[in-house]
Design a protein around this ligand. Structure first.
Ligand code: AHR
Length: 502
C-alpha cells in the first residue's frame, strides 16, 4: 500500500494543547489501592505512594489527571476521604460493587499529583448530591484559610490550597447506569446552577458540563443541545467519552476506530456551534474528551462484573485489560484524531492510568510495567510540541464493515517554530500489508536529522505481561530514506510510528 503526505508549517490547526495529554484516576478496582497507593510496597514513599508507579507516570508525561471518577463519583461523599485515616468510614461503592475504605482521598491525591508533576482535575458528585456539596469541596480545596472548611484542610496537613482549576460537573449523567441519572433538561438545570454557584466563589474556574458517554448513545447530540442551552454561559467545556474494542473478530473495523472518533468530534462541534448560533453568543465552548481508550467493555459485562449481592470486595481486579500491538495502533490512531482537532478538543483524559484499562500495570508487592499503549502516549506527549499541522494526506484505502472506506495510513504532525523540530505520528491500519509512505517536507529537512521508531509485531495480539514485561517495545525503524526534501518510510502492517526531525 502507498500513502503520500505534504507537510508545510504554514498550515496550522492550532497550538499543541498540553491538556490533551491528561489521564484519569478513579476509585475503581486497583487503580488507587495497590496501583498508585500501596503502603508497605518496597518502593513506597513516606505517604505510601508507589515510587515505581510515580516514575512511570512521569515518564508517560501526563498533563492533568481527572479524579476521583468516573461512575464512582456519582455516589461519593468527598468528606469521607479527609482527616485522620483511622476515623474514615468504610462504604459500599455501588458503581463498581466494591468496598471503599477511604484510606486515600482528596488530600492524598493532591499530594500525589505534585509528586507526579501533573495537575489535578476534579469531578463533583451530581448523582446523589448537588450544589452545596460542590461548593463545599471547592471551598475545602481552594480557599486559603479562615473558614471552617478551609481551616479543616490546613488542620489535615495541607496548608496551601489545592488550587484546582478544572472541575467536571458530574460524570456521564446521560447514562442510565449512572447513579442519579437524569434527563438532559434536569441535568442542564442542575449543572447550570452548580456552575454559577461555583463561579461566585471563583469566576476563573474552568468548568466542564457532561456530554455523551459514547457516540452511540441514543441521546447523543440532542443531549448536548439541551444541556448547552442551559449551561452555555456558565461553562467552558462540554465533555465526551469513547471506548473502542475489537468485536466478533473484525480487526479491520477495529483498526479504523479513529475514523469514528473523528466523526464523533465533528458532530459534537457542529452541535456546540448550533447552540452558539441560536443563543447569538460570541463565546466558543470547547471539548474535554475526558475518557478515551481501547476497552474490552464486552468482557466486563459478560465475565468480570461482580453480580452476587454479597460480593463486596476491596480493590478487586476489575477492567485489567491487557493491551496488544493492535490495541496500541488503535490507541495511537485515537491520539492522532485528538491532535487533529486540537483547535476544539483542548483537553483530554486517557482513561485510565494504572491497572484499570491502563498504560501502567502493577502487581501488589511486585513490579510495575508498561502496557503497549504506554508507548504511543509517551512519545506523543514528549514529541508533540509547537503547532499541530494540517496535512495534505492521500492514502490507499480499505473497506470496513463498521466505518465504510477508510485510509490505510493516517498521520498527524507537529512543528515547533522556535526549535524547528518536527514530529510526525503515523499508523498503518492495514492488517494485511506494509505501507510505503513518502513525506514531502520541502526545506524543513535542511541540516536536520531524521529518526523513526515503530511498534509492530508478527503477532498483532502480542502483549506485555508480568512475566514478559518487554515483549512489545518500540524498535528503531531502519526503513527510512531521506532525499531532496523527501522522507520515504515503510510502515509494517498494523503499526504505530513516531518520526522525529530535529
Ligand atoms: O473508565 C471506566 C468508566 O467508564 C468510568 O467510570 C465511566 O465514567 C465510564 O463509563
Amino acid at each position: 500500500a502507498h500513502a503520500h503526505i505534504d507537510i508545510d508549517p504554514r498550515f496550522t490547526i492550532g497550538p499543541v494543547q498540553r491538556r490533551l495529554f491528561g489521564s484519569f484516576v478513579e476509585h475503581l478496582g486497583r487503580c488507587v489501592y495497590t496501583g498508585i497507593y500501596e503502603p508497605g510496597h518496597p518502593t513506597a514513599d513516606e505517604d505510601g505512594f508507589r515510587g515505581d508507579v510515580l516514575e512511570l507516570v512521569r515518564e508517560l508525561g501526563v498533563s492533568a489527571i481527572r479524579y476521583p471518577g468516573g461512575n464512582f463519583v456519582s455516589g461519593y461523599r468527598w468528606e469521607d476521604g479527609i482527616g485522620p485515616k483511622e476515623d474514615r468510614p468504610k462504604r459500599i461503592d455501588l458503581a463498581w460493587h466494591s468496598v471503599e475504605t477511604n484510606e486515600f482521598g482528596l488530600d492524598e491525591f493532591a499530594k500525589w499529583i505534585k509528586k507526579a508533576d501533573s495537575e489535578l482535575m476534579y469531578a463533583v458528585n451530581l448523582g446523589t448530591r448537588g450544589v452545596q456539596d460542590a461548593l463545599d469541596v471547592l471551598e475545602y480545596s481552594n480557599i486559603r484559610s479562615g473558614t471552617t472548611l478551609s481551616d479543616q484542610r490546613v488542620a489535615n496537613g495541607s496548608p496551601e490550597p489545592h488550587n484546582i482549576r478544572m472541575w467536571c460537573l458530574g460524570n456521564e449523567m446521560d447514562g442510565p447506569w449512572q447513579l442519579g441519572h437524569v434527563s438532559a433538561d434536569d441535568y442542564g438545570k442542575i449543572a447550570a446552577k452548580t456552575a454559577s454557584a461555583m463561579r461566585q466563589m471563583d469566576p476563573t474556574l474552568e468548568l466542564v458540563a457532561c456530554g455523551s458517554s459514547k457516540p452511540t448513545m441514543p441521546t447523543f447530540a440532542e443531549w448536548e443541545r439541551v444541556v448547552l442551552h442551559h449551561t452555555y454561559q456558565h461553562v467552558d467545556y462540554i465533555s465526551c467519552h469513547a471506548y473502542y474494542e475489537e468485536l466478533d473478530g473484525d480487526l479491520d473495523s477495529f483498526l479504523a476506530s479513529g475514523a469514528n472518533m473523528d466523526e464523533f468530534i465533528v458532530s459534537l462541534i457542529a452541535t456546540i456551534d448550533h447552540v452558539k448560533a441560536v443563543l447569538k453568543s460570541d463565546k466558543t465552548i470547547n471539548i474535554s474528551f475526558d475518557e478515551w481508550n481501547v476497552w474490552y467493555n464486552k468482557r466486563w459485562h459478560t465475565e468480570d462484573k461482580p453480580r452476587n449481592a454479597t460480593d463486596w470486595r476491596y480493590a478487586p481486579r476489575l477492567l485489567e485489560d491487557q493491551y496488544s500491538v493492535a490495541d496500541a495502533v488503535v490507541f495511537g490512531s485515537l491520539l492522532i484524531s485528538l491532535l487533529r482537532h486540537a483547535d476544539r478538543v483542548t483537553s483530554a483524559s486517557l482513561a485510565q492510568l494504572v491497572n484499570v484499562i491502563a498504560p501502567i500495570m502493577t502487581e501488589p508487592g511486585g513490579p510495575a510495567w508498561k502496557q503497549t499503549i504506554f508507548y504511543p502516549f509517551a512519545e506523543a506527549s514528549r514529541f508533540a510540541t509547537g503547532n499541530v499541522l494540517r496535512l495534505n494526506l492521500s492514502s490507499d484505502t480499505y473497506e470496513t464493515k463498521m466505518y465504510g472506506t477508510v485510509d490505510r495510513v493516517d498521520a498527524i504532525a507537529t512543528h515547533d517554530p522556535e526549535s524547528g523540530a518536527l514530529s510526525v505520528f503515523l499508523v498503518n491500519r492495514g492488517a494485511d500489508e506494509s505501507a510505503e509512505v513518502t513525506l514531502d517536507l520541502g526545506n524543513l529537512l535542511e541540516g536536520r536529522s531524521v529518526q523513526a521508531t515503530t511498534i509492530a509485531d508478527d503477532d498483532v495480539y502480542a502483549t506485555n505481561t508480568l512475566d514478559q514485561p518487554d515483549r512489545v517495545v518500540p524498535q528503531m525503524n531502519e526503513n527510512v530514506t531521506v532525499k531532496d526534501g523527501t522522507v520515504a518510510i515503510v510502515l509494517p502492517a498494523v503499526s504505530w510510528t513516531t518520526l522525529t526531525i530535529v
